[in-house]
Design a protein around this ligand. Structure first.
Ligand code: IMP
Ligand code: MG
Length: 187
């Protein structure tokens, strides 16, 4: 691939890889929600913005009232590992009561953030709630968090691009890459 960012050790998934997988995920969602009356995609900012935008474009549900909403969350405590206690920085704009909900996340590591978030959303009485996650670090999981739609299982490396950042950098990179170790060990 041309123009690999100098801080990227290797490309894990190219734009084409991502495009294909996201299209497959969209088809699965389409099939599962064809009888849904009202479906809300909840994008977890900022990491999921690019994934969300591609995902919703691959879901065609003309008979369903489809809407998008966003939430910005951060976990308390140290930044290197997740505490699982979630702080809402920006909440949803609409109620999810009685609606089918799909939470769209970029990546899960321990799974604690998503687990806590699901608990909070559950209390708002949606009709159903499922998760759509692009990347999962399987060896990082510390809790069993239900993932209905998964893009890729990845090793325990630090990933950037396609919306994912390191200290707010690299989100704009169009593919998923492994960040060179010297870029975060010395930062
Ligand atoms: P968890 O609570 O340990 O599952 O943390 C998940 C959150 O950590 C994600 O929403 C990301 O914000 C961040 N994260 C975990 N691994 C990576 C990575 O490899 N690249 C970028 N962000 C990551
Ligand atoms: Mg995130």
């Amino acid at each position: 691939m041309a123009n690999i960012h100098p801080n990227v050790k290797q490309v894990l998934y190219t734009e084409d890889d991502i495009k294909q997988r996201v299209a497959q995920m969209g088809k699965m969602i389409e099939a599962d929600y064809k009888d849904s009356k009202e479906l809300v995609f909840i994008g977890i900012l900022k990491g999921s913005f690019m994934f969300m935008s591609d995902l919703v474009r691959s879901v065609h549900l003309p008979n369903t009232l489809v809407s998008l909403d966003f939430m910005s969350i951060s976990s308390y405590g140290h930044s290197t590992s997740s505490s699982g206690v979630v702080k809402i920085n920006m909440d949803l704009k609409e109620s999810i009561e009685g609606k089918d909900v799909i939470v769209v996340e970029d990546i899960i590591d321990s799974g604690l953030t998503l687990k806590h978030l699901l608990g909070m959303l559950h209390d708002r009485l949606p009709r159903s709630i499922n998760t759509c996650v692009l990347l999962r670090k399987k060896e990082g999981l510390k809790t069993d968090v239900p993932i209905k739609y998964l893009g890729f299982d990845i090793p325990m490396v630090f990933i950037i691009g396609y919306g994912l950042d390191f200290a707010e950098r690299y989100r704009e990179i169009p593919y998923l890459g492994e960040l060179k170790e010297e870029c975060y060990k010395t930062a």
